[in-house]
Design a protein around this ligand. Sequence first.
Ligand code: 6PG
Length: 227
Amino acid sequence: MSTMQGDDVTLVVVDDPVGEAAAACRQALREADGELGRARFAVSGGSASEVVRHVREGIPELWSRVALTWADERCVPFASADSNRGHAHATGQLRTDHPPAIELPLFLDGETPEEAAERAEEGFVRDFGRAVDVVLLGMGADGHVASLFPSRGDPKGLVGYLEDSPKPPAARVTLTRDTLLTARTTVLFACGEAKREALTRLIAGDPLLPATGLPGLLIVTDVELRS
Ligand code: 6PG
C-alpha cells in the first residue's frame, strides 16, 4: 500500500481497491450518521458498483438508515444491462430484502431525460435536503465522473441531464458538480492502466477534470503513480 497526500486529496494504491474503497465509504457514512444523524450516499455504476455491495454488507444496520441515490444514470430501461441501477439490482449489489431507507432513482422507465431530472431534483430537495454526505465515483479514462465530461459545460441546478453524452448512451441524468461539492467525503474508485493519465492529471489538480477540487477526495486505485 502507498499513499500520496495533497491539498484535500489523498491517493491510495492498494492490492484490494474494492475493499479499501468500501471501508472508506462505510467509515464516512458512520461518521455522518453519528455526527449529523443522517447518511446520504450517492453511488456510481461501472466497476465502482461492486464497492456498493461491500458497503451494504459491512453496515447491515446503518444501511437501513441510508438515503441512497445515484451519481448518474443512463436513460435506458431498468431491465437493460446498460442501466446502472438495473445492473446493481440484477447482480445483488442492492437487494430488495435489505433496502436503504430511501432509494432515489435518477431515471425511471418512460421518462424523458428532462422529466427524470426534474422529478429527481424534487426528490433530492425533499428527501436529501439538497445535499449528500458521501459520494462514490468511478472515473472514465477521459476523466469523466458521474456524467460530467471534461469537454462539456457543467449542467446547472442540483440534478441535470444531457442528451449528447460523448460516451454512449447519449441521454443521461447526473448530479451536478455543485451537488457533488456538498459531500464531506468523495471516494473515487479508478483501477487499471487505462486510468493512469486521468489519475496523473487529477493528482496534479488539472482544472479541466470535473473531479478536481471535490471535497475530501480519496482516490483508491491499483495504479502506482510516480511522485
Ligand atoms: C457510464 C459509466 C461510467 C463509469 C466510468 C468508469 O455511465 O458510462 O457508469 O461513468 O463510471 O466510465 O467505469 P469503470 O470503473 O467501469 O472503468
